[in-house]
Design a protein around this ligand. Structure first.
Ligand code: CTP
Ligand code: MG
Length: 227
């Protein structure tokens, strides 16, 4: 089978409160998105990597390497729409049975080892698979600022990316999804079809850089090599 990477990188990074979108902030001297792209370029299992950016993105040409990566200027108003637009552009390039690994640009701690672990762990699962982490904290339901109950953390996992699906299934799932803002990852669109993707244990270094302090945490993980 062939494996392709699709990286949505068309967000504005509002919660980061920086002057440029967070995927272009430097981590250890290198733009975040370049770390992310390099993880896929370093994996021999990935046939090609596609990155989705906004149509008017002024930064990507200085960041994307010339080999192994194709820039798609078709970002949308939500993550889901950016992924959906990217998949549509690839209709003549990918075949239905090809696998697509969708990965947040804002997860620069990904490694070739984790990519391989996901692909191996998902195998030929009909619903695809994703990296995720078991919840370690005690989980509270908050109502009006008060703890209204404790949700048993046993059986709760936090979704990471990459999330991998056959091209045909992912397109079908995202076409069926109606509320772009409620779909914050790709697996949830597949789950809405009644399918259960495989959960493969990820690693804390694959955190999503969201808030200003996350830059330093990512820097720390990138300074130590592999999980
Ligand atoms: N993303 C995208 N298109 C959008 C929104 C998000 O491609 N319209 C991408 C982001 O660039 C990021 C990934 O989806 O790589 C995960 O989204 P998130 O962490 O929420 O990034 P932002 O939306 O940029 O950040 P924020 O929600 O704080 O504005
Ligand atoms: Mg967002």
């Amino acid at each position: 089978p062939r494996y392709f990477a699709l990286i949505p990188a068309a967000g504005v990074g509002a919660r980061m409160e920086a002057t440029s979108p967070k995927q272009y902030l430097k981590i250890g001297g290198k733009p975040m998105l370049r770390h992310t792209l390099d993880a896929f370029l370093s994996s021999e299992l990935i046939a090609h990597t596609f990155v989705v950016v906004s149509p008017d993105d002024p930064y990507i040409d200085a960041v994307a390497p010339h080999h192994g990566v194709t820039v798609l200027r078709c970002g949308g108003a939500s993550r889901m729409e950016s992924v959906r637009n990217g998949l549509a552009v690839l209709a003549s390039t990918l075949s239905r049975a090809d696998w697509v690994l969708v990965h947040d640009a804002a997860r620069p701690g990904l490694t070739a080892e984790l990519i391989e672990k996901l692909i191996t762990g998902t195998g030929d699962h009909p619903a695809g698979g994703l990296l995720a982490l078991p919840v370690v904290d005690t989980v509270k339901r908050c109502i009006d600022g008060e703890a209204a109950g404790t949700v048993p953390r046993n059986g709760l996992w936090l979704a990471q990316t990459p999330q991998m699906f056959r091209y045909e299934l992912l397109r079908e799932a995202l076409a069926a999804a109606t509320d772009p803002d409620s779909i914050t990852d790709d697996a949830s669109a597949v789950e809405a079809l009644g399918l259960s993707p495989k959960l493969v244990e990820g690693h804390p270094r694959n955190l999503k850089v969201t808030l200003p302090d996350d830059i330093r945490i990512a820097e720390m993980y990138l300074a130590v090599s592999q999980p």
